[in-house]
Write a protein that binds this ligand. Structure first.
Ligand code: NOJ
Length: 565
């Protein structure tokens, strides 16, 4: 498999708002490619696959934590913020990754785990053994676990309380996630300084931004819910100001699993900006809801609510990631329905969500896989792909927790799916060998050899999106349709949001969630002209609009991206 030939490496292009136009790819170092045959993916392995990612059309990588860690929470239990876990490589390897990615005009975003550390972190070890020492106040200690009971528990399957007793210090410590992840005390200015220095350390190595893990939870108070307390926003503003001053052009991405209005607060204001991007949690489960209910009303409602965000900011949209498909941002009724459709086996559930990959969720339906990619890549915001979903990888619900969808990337039909040369028993997690998703059929090499494979489709649609900057920076206007199963929106740029050399564009995107062929009348917004309607994929001309309406016929779960002029 060679991907390198056609590319002359372009080097890093200057664009202070690069994150708005980027197609992101989340890659877990541990699961992508193992260069030294120890059964664990590593940074040199990832570097060797950059040509593949460039071929796919990826503009930016998001790497979940690769730092020293006991790996009890996929690396989100950081034991040392300044080192690479030896299994994954060295700091030099990381530096090489950044260099080689930048040579390909590909950005590298990493996770900044601000809220908590591993209990193995030396700050915690010193905090518990020496309460009066310099680290005594780095964590949230209390003589009682009866305070702050209004703060919800997130890992409901494993934790009964947000407090755990430390036998050495003989006090309780607060933990928002697992009990081995004590929360840092943001009431202590020394903690701010530490985290600023950690950020500078990686920015000095050239990273292009941070995903701010679990950002709403930094501060908690006795009265509040411990989510998005005002001081948390103050801290993010200060972090942003530091970055703008010392490292302009780098981006902050908020991970805040909240309703649109609360999340929008993480963009800050024009005078006091916070994050450049924020993950969009409410849209994603509604796409899954519409697929089974054939009813797009809740999806339309949430899309209509979140079009107005601060200039220069962008949503981060996604279908799946390394976590469960979280169902916190839906109504109780929707959640019950989603569990019934997508998590009929109790092993498919974890916490408030579903621990399955994209292809199995969609019953491996090619119609549905194409439909959801066409939505993801045309929504307002920058799309985040999750490694392996481009080839329709399966999952393994017999593994623990979220490991079900973190198994090794499937490269070839050979031993260990070409992921590693190790003894199969040594792999950090087994490769998927289920009936439908066995690596002998689902792998990059095989799909490359099939021009109609999912991999080729995903690559094509990624490149098509990139050829039309309107998808990245245009406005989104939801259009009324007379068919409840059909979602339609217009994406539009004006001269103002075009870069030099770009022309304003208008694209109508129409998606049918109906399980059989159907038709719909789409009402266009007043300012949209549609005298000439052309399909972006094949170039065919469609009947033009009559009285501001377009009538379309759609095949089972079919969709159109139509250029209007
Ligand atoms: C969010 C991460 O995505 C998840 O994997 C992790 O378990 C929690 N934050 C705690 O760090």
């Amino acid at each position: 498999m060679s991907f390198s030939a056609p590319f002359a490496h372009p080097g890093l292009h200057h664009d202070p708002q690069w994150y708005r136009r980027a197609v992101f790819y989340e890659v877990m170092v541990r699961g992508f490619a193992d260069s030294d045959g120890d059964g664990v993916g590593d940074l040199p392995g990832l570097i060797a696959k950059l040509d593949y990612l460039e071929w796919l059309g990826v503009d930016a990588l998001w790497l979940p934590p690769f730092y020293s860690s006991p790996l009890l929470d996929g690396g989100y239990d950081v034991a040392d913020y300044r080192s690479v876990l030896p299994d994954f490589g060295t700091l030099d390897d990381f530096q090489e990754l950044v260099t080689q990615a930048h040579q390909r005009n590909m950005r590298v975003v990493i996770d900044l785990v601000l809220n908590h550390t591993s209990s193995e972190h030396e700050w915690f070890q010193m905090s518990r053994s020496d309460p009066n020492g310099p680290y005594g106040d780095y964590y949230v200690w209390s003589d009682t676990d009866e305070i702050r009971q209004n703060i919800r528990i997130i890992f409901t399957d494993t934790e009964q309380s947000n407090w755990a007793f430390d036998a050495e210090r003989r006090q309780f410590y607060f933990h928002r996630f697992f009990s081995h992840q004590p929360d840092l005390n943001y009431g202590n200015p020394a903690v701010h300084q530490e985290m600023f220095d950690v950020a500078r350390y990686w920015l000095d190595m050239g990273v292009d931004g941070f995903r701010l893990d679990a950002v709403p939870y930094l501060y908690e108070s006795d009265e509040g819910t411990g989510e998005s307390e005002p001081e948390t926003h103050d801290f993010i503003r200060a972090m942003r100001a530091m970055m703008d001053k010392e490292y302009p052009g780098r981006a902050l991405i908020a991970e805040a699993n909240q309703w649109p209005r609360e999340v929008a607060a993480y963009f800050g204001t024009e005078d006091d900006p916070e994050c450049h991007m924020a993950f969009d949690f409410p849209v994603m489960p509604r796409i899954f809801y519409a697929l089974r209910s054939q009813d797009t009303s809740s999806l339309k409602e949430v899309l209509s609510e979140q079009t107005e965000i601060l200039p220069g900011t962008s949503w981060a949209v996604f279908l799946r990631n390394h976590d469960e498909l979280t169902l916190e941002m839906v109504t109780d009724e929707e959640r019950q329905a989603l569990y019934g459709w997508y998590a009929y086996d109790p092993r498919m559930r974890v916490n408030v969500g579903i621990r399955r990959r994209l292809a199995p969720l969609l019953d491996n339906s090619r119609h549905e896989l194409e439909l959801v990619h066409a939505i993801l890549l045309s929504l307002a915001g920058s799309p985040f792909l999750y490694y392996g979903d481009e080839i329709g990888m399966g999952d393994n619900i017999w593994l623990n927790d979220r490991d079900s969808s973190r198994t090794p990337m499937q490269w070839t039909p050979d031993r260990n799916a070409g992921f590693s040369a190790s003894d199969p028993g040594k792999l950090f997690l087994p490769v998927v060998q289920s009936l439908v998703y066995h690596y002998s059929a689902v792998n990059v090499e095989t799909e490359l050899a099939q021009p109609r494979s999912l991999l080729h489709f995903v690559r094509k649609i990624v490149h098509l999106r990139k050829a039309h900057p309107v998808f990245a920076v245009g406005d989104l206007m939801v259009c009324p349709t007379d068919n409840g199963s059909v979602l339609a929106y217009v994406r539009q740029t004006t001269q103002e949001n075009c870069q030099p050399g770009e022309r304003p564009e208008t694209i109508l995107c129409v998606f049918s969630f109906a399980h059989y062929p159907t038709t719909a009348n789409v009402t266009l917004p007043d300012q949209v002209v549609a005298d000439r309607v052309t399909d972006l994929f094949g170039g065919a001309t469609f009947p033009s609009a009559v009285d501001g309406k377009i009538t379309l016929t759609l095949g089972t779960q079919g969709f159109y991206w139509l250029s209007l002029s």
